[in-house]
Design a protein around this ligand. Structure first.
Ligand SMILES: *Cc1c(COP(=O)(O)O)cnc(C)c1O
Length: 344
């Protein structure tokens, strides 16, 4: 099977498992897990923040970041297709009591004038705008890298207006590898930044939140409140440390594989995709609905041992990752050619 459904499906490699087996551990709720402590320091340094904290998932990272940056009744500006708006079961409404204010972006990018127009005036009838969220890379926009220039412009505005910023950086390291811009240069504009280890980095589970000491004190308290304090987490933190050493630069291979796949797809009949818009490891292509539905494509490809997800009424999503080689991509391209040329 060639599994292009998601970069979350990766399984730990032999050497990663060895690092996990050999990890020194302790009770992390007592701050006594040396491996978690080492990882937290390393990620804080990577992101140029005072502190970083381990959390169970990216969703928990976003949930706690919003919780730490808001009071109930406030409003959070984000892009319509953001993970927080689409895939997190309205957790920020439930846990933080905030309202989300989505703005339609272009390939995931919202601009400073759009944000400026969405910020609420000081008026007792209206919620107070307290956070702007940026997702980088942007999943539903096909792994798009959000340009640093626009982040800088939005950040300058937010500073003037006393509004916090949160980055959902589940795939921030994909953006870093694709753009050549250091993680801390993106992160410096944000009060809280999350990264996921369970995506392209190939770790079985876990994410981190980084921020200033004061914000992270709040995050830490809320993590305990929602039951997110874990004990000998070093066993997984060891895998994350291993991934930082061995699985970051190789993200470039995933990006090259995605580009190659998009180029081949763009030559097939009834498929539309612009390979120029494939920045990282996600390929979203459109199928001519007169010919096939996304589900038809998925079913036909599954018969040929290639897995992917339908992504809305006309789209299909493929994601490249650690467990997909360039040979696998060539095999997937062969299968796609069969599917799209059949009966023509
Ligand atoms: C996967 C993902 C998350 C978090 O997902 P979990 O499955 O909870 O770890 C958050 N944001 C984005 C953009 C993601 O792709």
């Amino acid at each position: 099977m060639i599994d292009l459904r998601s970069d979350t499906i990766t399984r730990p490699t032999e050497p990663m498992r060895r690092a996990m087996y050999e990890a020194q551990v302790g009770d992390d709720v007592f701050f006594e897990d040396p491996t978690v402590n080492r990882l937290q320091e390393r990620v804080a340094a990577l992101l140029g923040k005072e502190r970083a904290l381990w959390v169970a998932s990216g969703t928990m990272g976003n949930l706690l970041s919003i919780k730490a940056l808001t009071q109930p009744g406030e409003e959070v500006i984000l892009e319509t297709e953001n993970h927080i708006f689409v895939y997190e079961a309205a957790g920020s409404a439930v846990v933080s009591g905030v309202q989300l204010s989505p703005i339609q972006g272009k390939r995931g990018l919202i601009t400073r004038p759009q944000v400026e127009a969405a910020i609420r005036p000081a008026d007792i009838h209206q919620p107070r705008t307290s956070v702007v969220v940026i997702e980088n890379t942007h999943n539903r926009a096909g792994g798009a890298v959000i340009p640093l220039g626009e982040i800088e412009r939005i950040s300058e505005l937010c500073q003037q207006r006393g509004i916090s910023m949160h980055m959902d950086g589940a795939r921030l390291l994909n953006a870093v590898v694709a753009s050549g811009i250091e993680a801390r240069r993106y992160a410096q504009h944000f009060d809280t930044v999350t990264i996921c280890f369970s995506k392209g980095l190939g770790v079985p589970m876990g994410s981190m939140i980084a921020g200033s000491g004061a914000v992270m004190d709040r995050v830490h308290r809320f993590r305990k409140m929602i039951g997110g304090g874990q004990r000998q987490v070093g066993i997984v933190a060891a895998a994350a440390l291993y991934a930082l050493d061995h699985h970051v630069e190789r993200l470039a291979e995933d990006h090259a594989n995605a580009k190659r796949l998009a180029e081949a797809l763009s030559m097939l009949p009834d498929v539309s995709v612009n390979p120029e818009e494939v920045d990282t490891n996600i390929v979203i292509f459109q199928v001519d609905p007169a010919r096939m539905s996304p589900t038809d494509v998925v079913v036909e490809m599954q018969k040929r041992a290639v897995l992917m997800f339908p992504f809305g009424p006309t789209n299909v999503r493929c994601v490249t990752h650690l467990d997909v080689s360039s040979d696998d991509i060539e095999a997937a391209i062969g299968a796609f050619s069969e599917v799209f040329k059949k009966g023509r």
